[in-house]
Design a protein around this ligand. Structure first.
Ligand code: NAI
Length: 286
């Protein structure tokens, strides 16, 4: 209640970022989102045209308000890092101030401070290739978009985070167990993200008592997951084999994020929290 959240990685109503925004809004937080530049126009026009209104509904009947949508490309830290071909690309030319540093500056100018930072984005151009067939470029791109993007966000947003704030990211169990099909270095990227969660928890904790945790979520048929290609099989597998044989709702991840953002979790930092119907605890599928 009374807190302000910046959620990076919301571009439609189907992903974890949207569900987290809803749970935080339901708990009384003000919502700011960062939307990938190439997805910005369609997201904003769909919002304006009421396409998401059904899904904006909160339990009390009110509609989630998004105070501001910021264009963001978390692969670029500041304007000097943006290559010429991206600058002039027509999908980027219409937007301004979308590097991580500039977005943090804009949020500071508009709202001064935030309490909650959420990283709900990932990208691996070679995700459909096995790790052993991944190019150096594809591997580094996966790490840049999916892991370093979090370090960069925290680096630039920590100075505008209130004391005792909370930072949350989304990870996947492919970091620690073999999940064939989650390739292109995405498994490596999630392993880095989880390790970084611990180190960043130390650094942000000592600096500002900000807590840093990551949610290891079960499979959800989001836009990003559908692009990987095996999501339906993973959802079926989880349904069959997890301790809880039920659908995993994005809202359940959203509610966990709301808990991690709240003072109810005031002693939890540096943790990987599983929200996966318990699938992580199984040794074999049965
Ligand atoms: P999603 O498609 O809703 O979210 C991914 C977002 O990342 C998209 O909005 C996309 O526009 C954005 N994005 C990609 N590159 C970007 C960049 N360079 N800068 C800014 N934004 C960028 O899909 P989903 O699945 O909800 O993903 C959110 C997080 O959840 C990701 O970290 C993902 O790895 C994680 N996750 C997803 C699972 C699933 O089964 N869907 C399972 C476990 C973790």
């Amino acid at each position: 209640t009374g807190k302000r959240a910046f959620i990076a990685g919301v571009a439609d109503e189907n992903g974890y970022g949207w569900a987290i925004a809803k749970s935080l809004a339901a708990a009384g937080a003000q919502i700011l989102v960062g939307t990938w530049v190439p997805a910005l126009n369609i997201f904003e026009s769909s919002l304006r045209r009421g396409k998401f209104d059904e899904s904006r509904k909160l339990k009390d009947g009110s509609l989630m308000e998004i105070a501001k949508v910021y264009p963001l490309d978390a692969v670029y830290d500041s304007p000097v890092d943006v290559p010429e071909d991206v600058k002039t690309n027509k999908r980027y030319a219409g937007a301004t101030n979308w590097t991580v540093q500039e977005v943090a500056e804009s949020v500071k100018k508009d709202f001064d401070k935030i309490d909650i930072l959420v990283h709900s984005l990932a990208n691996g151009p070679e995700v459909s290739k096995p790790l052993s067939e991944t190019s150096r470029k594809g591997y580094l791109a996966a790490l840049s978009a999916s892991s370093y993007s979090y370090i960069s966000l925290l680096k630039h947003f920590l100075p505008i985070m209130n004391q005792e704030g909370s930072a949350i990211s989304l990870t996947y169990i492919a970091s620690e167990r073999i999940i064939p099909g989650y390739g292109g270095g995405m498994s490596s990227a999630k392993a880095a993200l989880e390790s970084d969660t611990r180190v960043l928890a130390f650094e942000a904790g000592r600096k500002k008592r900000v807590r840093v945790n990551t949610i290891s979520a079960g499979p959800l048929g989001s836009r990003a997951a559908k692009a990987i290609g095996f999501i339906d099989r993973m959802i079926d597998y989880s349904f069959t084999n997890a301790p809880l044989q039920k659908e995993l709702h994005a809202e359940e991840v959203g509610n966990t994020a709301a808990f991690l953002a709240s003072n109810l979790s005031s002693a939890i930092t540096g943790s990987v929290i599983y929200v996966d119907n318990g699938l992580n605890a199984m040794g074999v599928g049965i």
